[in-house]
Design a protein around this ligand. Sequence first.
Ligand code: NAP
Length: 412
Amino acid sequence: MNENLSRKDLELAIQKTRDSFDTDKPVVPFIEGDGIGIDIWPASQRVFDAAVEKAYTNGRKIEWQEVLAGQKAFDNVNEWLPEKTIEMFDEFGIGIKGPLTTPVGGGIRSINVAIRQKLDLYACLRPLRWFKGVETPTKNPGNVDIALFRENTEDVYSGKELEVNSEDVGKLNKFLKEEFNWEIRHDSGIGIKPISKTASERLIRSALNYAVENNKKNLAIVHKGNIMKFTEGAFRAWGYELVKNEFSDVAISWEDCSGDAGDKILVQDVIADAFLQQVLIKPQEFDVIATTNLNGDYASDALAAQIGGIGISPGGNINYENGKSVFEATHGTAPKHAGQDKANPGSLILSGEMMFRYMGWNEAADLIIKAMEKSISEGNVTYDLARGRSDAKTLSSSNFAANLVENIEGFK
Ligand code: NAP
């Protein structure tokens, strides 16, 4: 049974979430993060508090509440992801996190994946844009302004995998041979890739809704349906059905308009490998992307690299239907730089910017963007963004934050 909200109910749910944050002192649980988390969290928090203080004269303030995960949790309470942390994100409906060490061997596979799955945060939103002054490997990085929606709960990430030579893989192989006459090489590990109509539709519906809310001109469904017809191909088909059934007043598929969408949002589909070429050659033709989990993983990191933004690329994991969300730095713990007050807090700061916008605190979000634009274009940056720039001054994590705060306080 498909239990997704309809478009109308989704819009109402999003409004309800925003209304719930129309309050002076919301509690926001945060995970400091391992490795460079110790440097970038305090720097980011300073910027968040300064933006809120500047934006609102009515005493609005975030009540930050630390929750544990990762190495810090393991060292303190002997668990990588304490249940209490999930409960807090669930209770307050929001959270933000620094990077986490992936435990090696046994137990939990990835804490990030576990958080997304436990809270059913079905959409991973990665806004990808260039900041003037950031060195990039490509020409015209300013042409990239893309909101990428990656399905976050299934595909190869659903953890349905069996190890080579295990008893279970033997049983499955035998079943597949007997029931389907599928020949799989005997020394294979086997992974199962589920793509459901429920998960695909709610992701694509959220992406379409985002396109409508933000006056975007086009949306591309990125898939590998030429090879995997009943998973990736079905994702594409369900997307087009949704356009017809729920969004026909504001969106139209390529097939139905031969490319001329008029005032409507043009929805087309692109095969994942072709997409990675096209987005490099003509990124200006893509506004919003809706894609499956693994494609989204590759595409978002490739695009982040394209705009030189690995240290500043933010992400949000969102369930638009029940309102829960966790925003996060997209890079790892960069252990070799940990504790040196050196790493770039930009990814976490921009994740906070996304969080404020999600809460409807757009004024604070706008200040953060403006401050980042100013610092980076003026060359006040951390070591990673100073590399290759003769005009830049290398700042520590905390001084970069101080520079942003100074900008925020100075804006009229
Ligand atoms: P990484 O931590 O992202 O670091 C790789 C390199 O990227 C760093 O050495 C640094 O390059 C650059 N970098 C990353 N973040 C930066 C920042 N904020 N400021 C400046 N430079 C930054 O990747 P990794 O070394 O592969 O992974 C380390 C650990 O993080 C692993 O345990 C991994 O599982 C985990 N991880 C966690 C997440 C997450 O929690 N979301 C994501 C990915 C990886 P230079 O040294 O060249 O300057």
